[in-house]
Design a protein around this ligand. Sequence first.
Ligand SMILES: Nc1ncnc2c1ncn2[C@@H]1O[C@H](COP(=O)(O)OP(=O)(O)OP(=O)(O)O)[C@@H](O)[C@H]1O
Ligand SMILES: [Mg+2]
Length: 500
Amino acid sequence: MPRNRATASPLFVPRKTTRAQQRAARAEFVEARTKARRAQGPAERREHEGADPEIRPTYPVSGRPGPASARGAKLRLPKHRMTTAVAGGAYPFLAEAGLGAEGIFIGRDLHAEGSFCYDPFALYNSGRIEGFTNPNAILCGVIGMGKSALAKSIATRAVAHGYKIYVPSDPKGEWSGLAEALGGQTIALGPGLPGRLNPLDTPQRPDGVSEEDWTGEVRKRRLLLLASLAATVLKRDLLPMEHTGLSAALDLTVTDATANGTVPLLGDIARHLGTRERLDASLGNEGRIGHAADDLAHALRRLVSGDLSGMFDAPSTVTFDADAPMLSIDLSRLGSSGDDTALVLAMTCASAWMEAALADPAGGRRWVIYDEAWRIMRHLGLLERMQQQWKLSRGLGIANLLILHRLSDLLSAGDAGSRGRVLAEGLLADCSTRIIYRQEPDQVQLSMSLLGLTGVEAQAIAALTRGRGLWKVAGLSFIVQHLLHPRERQLYDTDFRLAA
Ligand SMILES: Nc1ncnc2c1ncn2[C@@H]1O[C@H](COP(=O)(O)OP(=O)(O)OP(=O)(O)O)[C@@H](O)[C@H]1O
Ligand SMILES: [Mg+2]
């Protein structure tokens, strides 16, 4: 009788096999397995047996222990014959069908035992997955589980697909080597370093946008930047008069720069805020700024003559190279001044500079990677910037990847209902892909409620090993082992200092 799909199924139980036949078949199998093992070397055998922690399955080799395992040979069920199509209906949700072969190879789907490929742009355009409404992704997991390695793999492999990669702030300086290896650009900022970025640079006007509209857009971006810099240093929201002062100082600075053929600088804004007469005169009959701009002038001075002087108050030493495959801004040499304010100010300036350059919708498909983003979750100005980028992602062809340690980092943005919390929760809601690496047991409940995880998924995230993550892609769920090429492993190694 020819073997068809139904009879080839492992669920098919032949009707007429005697115990003797079954014993003979088992003995034959054991003998063949023993022979095959003898033929293997010890390394292959270890791998086959799952001894390598990188590839060991999350379930015990002998199956789950306890009475629920149904392995005690006490359960006797009547034999039943069915096709594999029917079996798929009877046992749904054991493993997802996969996302298809389109996109970047990530690793192995541990449930389906197949390759796992992912490309948010392809998924979005295909419309195949219900609820996949944007290309953004969030990645969280405890220290050292391989979050950055995954992001770097996505970056490296995406470059091969013609995508460009931007890392607006790299506080550990671990992306510079990769950018260099891929033929990209790194701008290192810090005291004594030659790199300068002028966050007030005018970006290239995209095709199809009128001169007038673009001037208005650039002004809006600069005002947003100045307000968030001032609010970060002052550690409070700005008053209405301070907003007026900033816009008047910006207009004066731009007028002077245009007349002199120079570029507007933060130092010029601080100077105008400190000279009341010209500021008041520029407002005409609209009122007087008086002393209201004094705080602002002092706040901006931190970038002009304080610990960040020289980095952001001079013409940029680099121009944005739209053809480079990768660009990262290395902030590892900023030094730590106790709090994160210097880092946040630098991140604000660096991301403003980069975002302005990314505003061209004809710039191709791009990934913007926010590594170590947990450090900035408490800073409203940066959250607002990110929210804007998230909203623009589809229109500009940009996928944002936010990397955190735990989901409670999102909650650190503020109390329930506060503006910070609403922004942070909005970021999560606007990520159709959520990748969860191992979480501490105290985080599992929160992950369950924020991401709507099932009990099995929640159990899984507490036991994930390095490089292994729960991928929630809209409504679909996968456990994926990220696989690294030996060259990648070398390039992404962040353990070398510990090893040394
Ligand atoms: N899938 C993997 N297979 C093998 N090694 C891996 C894998 N992922 C990461 N590693 C290794 O694990 C180490 C830690 O990885 P990585 O720096 O990416 O962790 P991380 O989660 O970003 O840590 P942190 O929270 O400190 O930033 C690196 O040396 C890296 O090479
Ligand atoms: Mg990391």
